[in-house]
Each structure stands twice: as structure tokens, then as C-alpha cells.
Design a protein around this ligand. Sequence first.
Ligand code: PGA
Length: 263
Amino acid sequence: MTTRRKFFVGNWKMNKTPQEASAFCEDFVAALGTNANCDVGLAANQILLPPLVSRFRGIQWFAQSSHWAESGAFTGETSVGMLRAIGVSGSLVAHSERRQMFGETNATAGMRVAALLNAGQQAILCVGESLEQRDSGEWNEVLKSQLAEAFDATGIKNWGASLGADPARPNLTIAYEPVWAIGTGRAASAQQAQEAHALIRGWLSDKLGADLGQRLRIQYGGSVNLKNVRELMEMPDIDGALVGGASLVAKDFAELVRLGSSG
Ligand code: PGA
């Protein structure tokens, strides 16, 4: 059986000044200690990244979005090459806030994933249904079509080669983030999340083969906190978390990672 290394990423969204960010990292690194038996990352605004990446190397640094083109007339966007040049590990892709507020589609999500993977960077592809889609029972079809359309838009044929050389840390992670659970304090129950993760893993195994399907990590995101993290991480197909609000205070996020990875 594949044992997947747990992967926790804090998504700071549009929060923190440079001063607040470096104070956070000093406290976070001290609180986390050296022997975390999991992978830990932070997704920060681009303006914060350069000094943090060079100073805090034990943390994997992520952008919150990155563009598919190498360069050009894309005002406000950041290329994968720019991120890679400063030592960033990769980027979130198609977070639901980008889908809802900034016109992100499954097709653009796939193009962003392809640019990251083709550059040897990590992509964390976010999928998730709305409350209406959950309540009407169509959530599973929604998840499958988000995945199918995004994967098709990557144009990638040889997934094995695109996922990088480290079998324990494939360069693609899926984050299941039900929209109704993000920032609402209403997390999915561990059973609801497991059901969705199992569906996603089944879809990945059909698409990429059982070996890659078992290896890819699937994070849960949406109101993960110190109280619910343990129960969620005990589920067989939940391999870590993408954490918004509860990643903003260093000691709390370090404790969340400790609780979530000790199972
Ligand atoms: P939340 O956000 O933990 O504050 O619900 C999660 C996310 O948006 O990634």
C-alpha cells in the first residue's frame, strides 16, 4: 500500500505586510521544530515572497496563482519563470476565490497546471462544489467535470514524466475545497470529505493509472482548524490540508501541522 507523505499548505490570501510575514516565519519555524514528518508550505502574495524564500528555506513557498505564458502582455499576472527564478516551489491553481471573482475556468486552470509541471514546479489544483451543487446531489459530477476539463486543457500526455522525479512528492496535488466550507467555519465532516477524496482518487486512477492515482496527494481545504484537523487527517484518502484562516497565526498553524501529521 502506498503511504503518502502528508502535505500542509497555509494560504495567506491577501494578508500580511512584509514585516508581519517575517515575524510569522520566525515564530512558525521555532514552533514547528526540525522533525516535522510531513511537507509544509505557505502560499503568499508575490510581493512577500522574495525575502521569505531566501530566508526561510525549510518552508516550501508557493504563489497563489501563476500564468501559463512565459512572458507577454498579461497585466497583473506572474509567470512561472519569475517564480522559479526566486526559488518558489510552485503555485496554487484555480482557488475558488479566483474562480468566483476573477473568471478562472477549468480550461485556464489546466493551462496554468501545464506551465508549472512543464517547468518542474509544483501545482496545487483546487476543485470543489458550491453549496447549491452539494445540496442538489450533483457534487460528484461537478468534481469529475472540473478535473476532466482541467486535465484535458493541460495537453499533457505523459503524466508519469510530468509529475517529477520524487515518487513521494509528485508535482501535482489536488486540493478538494468545497466552496461552502471556505471561510465559513463550516468544514465538511470527515466522512463527507473522505467520500469526495475517494471519488477524486478513483477519477485520478482511471485517468492516470492506479499507481499514479495512489501516489498523488489530495488535500482537504475549508475551515480546517485545531479542533477538526485530526479527525480529517485520519481518513484514508486525505493527505494534508490547504488552510486559510487558521494559517495566519504562527503558533496555531504549527500546532495544526503537528496535530494533523501525528496520526
Ligand atoms: P479557510 O480557507 O481555511 O479559511 O476556510 C481555505 C482556503 O481558502 O484555502
